[in-house]
Design a protein around this ligand. Sequence first.
Ligand code: 13P
Length: 252
Amino acid sequence: MSVTVKPLVAGNWKMNGLLADLEEFGRMSAGISSALSQSVDTMICAPATLIGAMAGKAAGGSMAIGGQDCHPDASGAHTGDVSAEMLRDAGATAVIVGHSERRTDHGEGDDKVAAKAMAAWRAGLLAIICVGETEKERKAGNALSVVERQLNGSVPDGATAANTVVAYEPVWAIGTGLTPTAGDVEEVHKAMRANLSARFGGEGEAMRLLYGGSVKPANAAELMAVTDVNGALVGGASLKSDDFIGILKAYA
Ligand code: 13P
């Protein structure tokens, strides 16, 4: 059974954005009508260097600001890392954990991702936990088992619809222009819903499940209409206000 939840479209700016790009962010925020903000929650997950300034600019508007990663600890001798508490202090209300680029570039496994999700909760942040199979895993017919394993390992006990969002991002669809068919997305999202509902009951039923990977204005309406897809995690198309607003229009 699916429950009606307010969708979330979150942009992930990845390692992009300088102070000069706050103007583009301003155009994005200004482009979200109050009607649109009532039908969809919106967020930009900014590089750590921009969170403070972006949160300042977003104040009073409908756009939330998130981080892209956090260290499991609140503070300490971890040169170059940023804690969930620091993100919160800078104005973030959410943080992405377990993005495939972190899993690959920094060798982060499910245990580490779960520890980061708990750090997010400790700091009062929404944890956006990413899962998704590689092309090799899909071709071998293992997409569902990989996603299930990542969910079991990366989503900690205590997850609720209020503190956690899960993003399904097939690795082969990220930045490639390729997307799974609506049927393939539905199959994975249904399996994720069943897994989370079995584990977390009503909280799992109401948890938002985002699709991510080459979401664009041209394919957003079709992908967002899939059962158990409650929004999107958007990379490249979140850098330009016209594209991001174009995606949001799937919910107009
Ligand atoms: P693209 O939308 O650029 O494919 O990136 C998706 C992504 O990784 C969002 O986290």
